[in-house]
Write a protein that binds this ligand. Structure first.
Ligand code: NAI
Length: 331
């Protein structure tokens, strides 16, 4: 039998947390043969709700779940974890300045970075979900210098999956037959969903999405804005954020990272830029990646046309500006 893997979920009493922890305990994230111990962190005002989630996890009698730590103590939460899913953060409330929200999250991610660095398992893999996801991940990276930079990522898989879903609906094909869309840049409305290399499996072989959709106006217009604005559309409809799809995407992100991407398929992950595709180095930026043996590699050599170039640069500029704002909160 495999040794249990310890998985931390911060913000576990929140909406995404509530959808995510049962998925992890059922083996959706790490496989149906991988036992897990869940570490759940939240803040004191949510301690009672967090304990309620723990009670439900016990009541669900998940065979793979070998233990639950529910705590408001960040050191206890981080101790020995192999995987950390950072969902906790300070939400933007009405009337708050961007700088104030950034400042709250910078201080949260700075202190949680130190706790992870000191107490997590040495090769701990980190996924930041809480917004501003890319910049929270960057702060975490900066304040956990002994964690390898390639172990710190942020979630853009939800945007990636949304793009797959839009193409599948438009062409009336199965979503599993669509692949290799790309989300470039920030998990924000400046992200660039790119279909220039995406394909669909058809009875007569793999075909480019561009060839099948035919309508470039839709692909360069409404498709992009629909994916960019999808989070807001869900909030409008549900009066709550997209918790189910975010939790599912977090499982996809970790599963592919740990267990590998299928041959010929790439996925989108927010990772520490090495300057590939002339994206500024030193940002956490979403790229197309393949994963093997627990490591991701940016897909190289994809052609970037002029339309795409502008969009890659625009979302990169927003991230540089966010980085500056985050640093200004530190001083
Ligand atoms: P929520 O407000 O329901 O839950 C957040 C939880 O975090 C709360 O229980 C809160 O008490 C907790 N929390 C606050 N500060 C904390 C701290 N310092 N340590 C530990 N826990 C703390 O929010 P929801 O809907 O679960 O969303 C969580 C985050 O995920 C938000 O920032 C949201 O914007 C982001 N998000 C990101 C997506 C992505 O694709 N990257 C998609 C959807 C949401």
């Amino acid at each position: 039998a495999k040794e249990p893997v310890r998985v931390l979920v911060t913000g576990a009493a929140g909406q995404i947390g509530y959808a995510l922890v049962p998925m992890i305990a059922r083996g959706v994230m790490l496989g149906a043969d991988q036992p897990v111990i869940l570490h759940m962190l939240d803040i004191p005002p949510a301690a009672e709700a967090l304990n309620g989630v723990k009670m439900e996890l016990v009541d669900a009698a998940f065979p793979l779940l070998k233990g639950v730590v529910a705590t408001t103590d960040v050191v206890e939460a981080c101790t020995g974890v192999n995987i950390a899913i950072m969902v906790g953060g300070f939400p933007r409330k009405e009337g708050m300045e961007r700088k104030d929200v950034m400042s709250k999250n910078v201080s949260i991610y700075k202190s949680q970075a130190s706790a992870l660095e000191q107490h997590a398992s040495p090769n701990c893999k980190v996924l930041v979900v809480a917004n501003p996801a890319n910049t929270n991940a960057l702060i975490l990276k900066e304040f956990a210098p002994s964690i390898p930079a390639q172990n710190i990522t942020c979630l853009t898989r939800l945007d990636h999956n949304r793009a797959l879903g839009q193409i599948s609906e438009r062409l009336n094909v199965q979503v599993c037959d669509v692949k290799n869309v790309i989300i470039w840049g920030n998990h924000s409305s400046t992200q660039y969903p790119d279909v220039n290399h995406a394909t669909v499996k058809t009875p007569s072989g793999e075909k480019p999405v561009r060839e099948l959709v035919k309508d470039d106006g839709w692909l360069n217009g409404e498709f992009i804005t629909t994916v960019q604005q999808r989070g807001a559309a869900i909030i409008k409809a549900r009066k709550l954020s997209s918790a189910l799809s975010a939790a599912s995407a977090a499982c996809d992100h970790i599963r592919d990272w740990v267990l590998g991407t299928p041959e010929g398929t790439w996925v989108s992950m927010g990772v520490y830029s090495d300057g590939s595709y002339n994206v500024p180095a030193g940002l956490i930026y979403s790229f197309p990646v393949t994963c093997c043996n627990g490591e991701w590699t940016i897909v190289q050599g994809l052609a970037i046309d002029e339309f795409s170039r502008k969009k890659l640069d625009l979302t990169g500029a927003e991230l540089s500006e966010e980085k500056e704002l985050a640093y200004s909160c530190l001083s």
